[in-house]
Design a protein around this ligand. Structure first.
Ligand code: G
Ligand code: MN
Length: 260
């Protein structure tokens, strides 16, 4: 395939995505996060899926790059925030007072974005502390003034900031030390690695995160061994296929409401 072919496929995908946003082909799945101490679901991560009429259920890795390149990220984020915000309101009314996390790309981070998120939170009537924004650890994260002030104003406005996929980049511990954050998510590649080096990296990370008062979540827990490692590290929350995959809202409701 040459670069013209690739560009044509990307353009077609972008058109499809615009249509998907209009006709409601984008859906939100929810993956629970469990409190390690109580075993209860304390939050869900909202994960976007595209129910494509020909290709079936597409994951974000299959369309986010195209969405970024064609300026569609803001609309996708707004959709996920509104949809998951409404859903979390319903779960709260049913007695499940859980939090919700949405994923945000570092390229979206600026004060206008933070203002938009805070406005949505107010419009949706979400109580303080319910929404968390997950920012993927990436070389794109700088310590520029607009980024730092966007994160700080989210936190000031009662929105949590989570450093997602900790351990996949280079500047990792510095990010945990310096970014305004309320949570760190240990990447699945570390959770699933039993080496001494990884053990040391994660223990440092957790010491610094807890020292700053941040919650630590281990993601990608697929079996008992991963879970035992996370518990030995002293993480606060656990998430992964061992407990539950990302699920459509209707399938998640019994897990939330039943667990109370
Ligand atoms: O980057 P982030 O950590 O937000 O990625 C979330 C993605 O990881 C979701 O699309 C979800 O399907 C996937 N995922 C969730 N739990 C697990 C798991 O236990 N193992 C693996 N390999 N992937 C997972
Ligand atoms: Mn995430």
């Amino acid at each position: 395939m040459d670069s013209d072919d690739r560009a044509a496929i990307a353009a077609e995908l972008a058109d499809g995505l615009r249509r998907a946003l209009e006709v409601g082909e984008l859906v939100v799945y929810y993956q629970p996060e469990y409190d390690v101490g109580t075993g209860r679901v304390v939050a869900v991560e909202a994960l976007c899926r595209w129910c494509h009429p020909q290709h079936g259920l597409l994951l974000p890795v299959q369309f986010i790059e195209v969405a970024e390149a064609h300026g569609l990220m803001a609309r996708i984020s707004d959709f996920v925030l509104e949809e998951s915000g409404r859903r979390i309101g319903e779960w709260h009314r049913q007695g499940a007072e859980i939090g919700v996390s949405i994923n945000v790309s570092p390229s979206q981070l600026d004060p206008a974005f933070a203002e938009g998120v805070l406005r949505h939170v107010t419009e949706l009537g979400l109580p303080q502390g319910v929404l968390t924004v997950e920012i993927t650890e990436s070389p794109e994260i700088s310590f520029s003034e607009p980024e730092l002030s966007a994160l700080a104003s989210l936190i000031d406005g009662g929105v949590g900031v989570s450093l997602d996929d900790f351990g996949t980049g280079h500047t990792t511990l510095e990010l945990v030390e310096r970014l305004p954050i309320t949570e760190v998510k240990i990447d699945r590649s570390l959770v699933q690695d039993d080496s001494d080096e990884t053990d040391a990296v994660v223990r440092d990370c957790i010491r610094v995160a807890h020292g700053r008062g941040a919650t630590v979540v281990a993601e990608g827990i697929e079996n008992q061994e991963h879970f035992a490692r996370a518990v030995a590290w002293g993480v606060d929350r656990a998430q992964g296929y061992f407990f539950a995959p990302p699920l459509p809202a209707d399938e998640l409701t019994p897990l939330l409401v039943g667990a109370l």
